[in-house]
Design a binder for this molecule. Structure first.
Ligand code: C2G
Length: 128
């Protein structure tokens, strides 16, 4: 089984997120999402999410492309996750291009094009 992992906040889930998850899942047979906890968002990413961790996890687990959701609460947990879950491929949107190349010592690293014209920030702004 070829396992893929990706990480994110995935707040106010939108088609850009789902396109990322779909393409990530297509790189293997099993997709794990490292979902940023509320604390990680607030204190490390300095962003608040509209939906809390439990709500975001519930929504992600309903997505056909997602097989497992684990908490992301530390910038430095990726190597351990890759080893613990026997990950073949790490995937992120290319807004992170190059930032995770150090993981190439442990698995394939793939950056996928972001979906233009949609973001959680844009949704919040447009709804105002
Ligand atoms: N994304 C995308 N297209 C968009 C918006 C987001 O492809 N229009 C992708 C991002 O590139 C990312 C994933 O969807 O790969 C999740 O986006 P965020 O929740 O914004 O993730 P981020 O805050 O970048 O967290 O340790 C890594 C971090 O947790 C990543």
């Amino acid at each position: 089984m070829k396992k893929v992992i990706t990480y994110g906040t995935f707040d106010l889930l939108h088609y850009g997120h789902v396109r990322l998850l779909k393409r990530a899942r297509e790189l293997g047979d099993y997709l794990i999402v490292g979902l940023s906890t509320d604390e990680f968002n607030e204190f490390q990413k300095h962003k608040e999410s509209y939906n809390n961790y439990a709500e975001r996890k519930f929504i992600l687990e309903a997505i056909r492309y997602v097989d497992q959701v684990i908490p992301e609460d530390d910038w430095d947990q990726k190597i351990n996750d890759i080893k613990q879950y026997n990950i073949a491929t790490f995937v992120m949107g290319n807004d992170w291009q190059g930032k995770f190349d150090y993981l190439q010592d442990y698995c394939d690293v793939v950056y996928l094009d972001r979906t233009p014209g949609i973001s959680t920030t844009k949704i919040k702004h447009d709804l105002k």
